[in-house]
Design a protein around this ligand. Sequence first.
Ligand SMILES: Cc1cc2nc3c(=O)[nH]c(=O)nc-3n(C[C@H](O)[C@H](O)[C@H](O)COP(=O)(O)OP(=O)(O)OC[C@H]3O[C@@H](n4cnc5c(N)ncnc54)[C@H](O)[C@@H]3O)c2cc1C
Length: 345
Amino acid sequence: MQIVIIGSGVAGVSFAEKYRELSADDDEITLVTREHDGYYSRPLLSRGFSKADIELSIILKPFDRLRENNINVLCGVEVTAINRVDKSIDINGACQEKALQYDKLVLAQGSSAFIPPPFRPYESLFFCLNSLVDLKALRKFRRELLNQNQQPNWAIIGGGLIGCEVASDLATAGDNVTLFHAMDRLMERQLAAEDSALLLKVLQGSGIKVLLNQAVKEFIKEEDKICVRTEVTDEFDGLIVACGFKPRTELAELAGLETGRGIKVNPYLQTSDESIYALGDVAELPNGKLYAFILPIRNQALWLAEFLAGQKQESIGSISEGWTPPVFTTKAKVHGFEAAHPYNV
Ligand SMILES: Cc1cc2nc3c(=O)[nH]c(=O)nc-3n(C[C@H](O)[C@H](O)[C@H](O)COP(=O)(O)OP(=O)(O)OC[C@H]3O[C@@H](n4cnc5c(N)ncnc54)[C@H](O)[C@@H]3O)c2cc1C
C-alpha cells in the first residue's frame, strides 16, 4: 500500500510516525513538504524574538530522523495538484519525480495567515508570522536595524492570540510595539471580558501601546518607514499583520473535494473522496469546527493512523464511532499573563 501525506506539521508527522509503527513493513509511507528545515514547533514561533537560539531550538526533529524510521520524506517540494482519477499528486521541486501515486492520501497542509481583503494590495509592505520561513525573515529584518543601533519600532495589526503573543515577545526583546485591534477588547473570541482587561494591563505594563477600536484604512510606504493610517497616521519601521488563519483548501477545491471553511471530513476524517483523508488545521469536522490546536490535532493523527491500520475495528467487527475531540484547554503565551477563566476554543 502507498500512503502519501502532504505536510510536515504536527498533523502529518504524528500520523506518519504512528502509522509506520503500526503498519506492515511493505507499506510505503511518503511525506511531501515544501519545508526545508525539519519538523518544527509552530507554537514556539511566537517566542521567536526573546529566545536567541530559536532557529535551532524550534526544530523538533530533522527530516533524516524520519527517514531513518523508514518514512520517505520529500522536502522542498510543492504539491501542485491532486489527480483523483489516477490517484496521483503532481509535485514540483528538487527531486526526480514529477508525480506520485497513492492508495491513500492524507491532506495535512495546515493553514496560512489570513489577510483581510483590504490589506491584500499591500502584501509587500508587511510581515506575517505563520512559518519558520516567516520568522527567519522577521529576525533578519530586525537584526539589520539593531546592527545600525536602531531599536525597531513595530506596528502589529490584530489583537487576537497571535498578535498579542508576538507583541509581548517583541516588547520582551526590547522593541517598541504598537498593537492595533479592531474590537473594543483583546482576544474577544477566546477570553472572558475580565481576562481581556487583565491582558490589556499586562501588555501595557510591558511598554506596549495598545489601540482598541481601530479601523486600519491603509498602509503607506515612506522611504524606509511604513505608515499605518487609521483616524490618524503613525509611522513604523516594520509591520506585522496577525488577523487569524486560513486553512489551505485550494488543492482540495481544485480536485473537486467538498470544502467549507476547511476540507470537509466525516467522523472518520475521510473527505468526500473515500481514498483521501484530512486532518489538522485544514480539516473541518461534521460539526463545522476546525480543531486548530496541537493537542486535538495530535489526537486526530494518532486516531487516523490506528483507524487506517485496522486497529479501530472492534472484536465483533463493527467499527468505532469515529474521532471525538479530547477535552483540552490552551493558553496565550503572553509573558506574565495567566487567564483566570478557561478559554473558549
Ligand atoms: C505563531 C503561532 C503560535 C501558535 N501557538 C499555539 C499554541 O500555543 N498552542 C496550540 O495548541 N497551537 C498553537 N498554534 C496553532 C498550531 O501551531 C497549529 O494548529 C498546528 O501547528 C497546525 O498543524 P498542522 O500540521 O495542521 O499544519 P502546519 O503546521 O501548518 O503544517 C502544514 C505543512 O504543510 C506544508 N504544505 C502546505 N501546503 C503544501 C503544498 N502544497 N506542498 C507542500 N507542502 C505543503 C506547509 O508548508 C506546512 O509545513 C500556533 C500557531 C501559530 C502560527
